[in-house]
Write a protein that binds this ligand. Structure first.
Ligand code: DQA
Length: 148
């Protein structure tokens, strides 16, 4: 089983960026933790981060072409307005779980809307970097059930 951890704009700044909102961990720390969690469960986890909408669209398409079984996606600010990423999610059969470190619903009003959520399996928000693990466990549960 293969999974993709996909992070959008400004998430390469984690650790330095508004730590009171996003925490002190760097993206590299989060990626390494997720990779080792995945390998403990016999999964291959690839990681990709981009500040560019088109690169995220391309990576979602590639995930399907590579036979990826699930995408854990933090789209950053694209969450709130990217119809291109929404259409990319809709264009592949790979299930996507949307993750946010912060609880977008208790922040500024423009963050309350996700234009992507309706194309995702679900949304996890407000649990810091543990949200990525929650998404991983959700896929794990789903894949195990599928194999029974
Ligand atoms: C975020 C929330 C978004 O509103 C913001 O633009 C981000 C990070 C989060 O993880 O909480 O870049 O996706």
């Amino acid at each position: 089983m293969n999974m993709l951890l996909l992070n959008g704009p400004n998430l390469n700044r984690l650790g330095k960026r508004e730590p009171h909102i996003y925490g002190n961990e760097t993206l590299e720390m989060i990626e390494n933790r997720l990779k080792s969690l995945a390998s403990q469960h016999g999964f291959d986890l690839q990681c990709f981060q981009s500040n560019h909408e088109g690169e995220l669209v391309d990576r979602i398409h590639l995930a399907e072409d590579e036979g990826c079984d699930g995408i854990i996606l933090n789209p950053g600010a694209f969450t709130h307005y990217s119809y291109a990423i929404r259409d990319a999610i809709a264009s592949v059969a790979v299930p996507v779980i949307e993750v946010h470190l912060s609880n977008i619903h208790k922040r500024e009003e423009f963050r309350h809307t996700s234009v992507l959520a309706a194309e995702c399996e679900g949304q996890i928000a407000g649990f810091g970097s543990y949200g990525y693990e929650m998404a991983f466990y959700s896929f794990l549960h789903r894949f195990k059930r599928g194999m029974e």
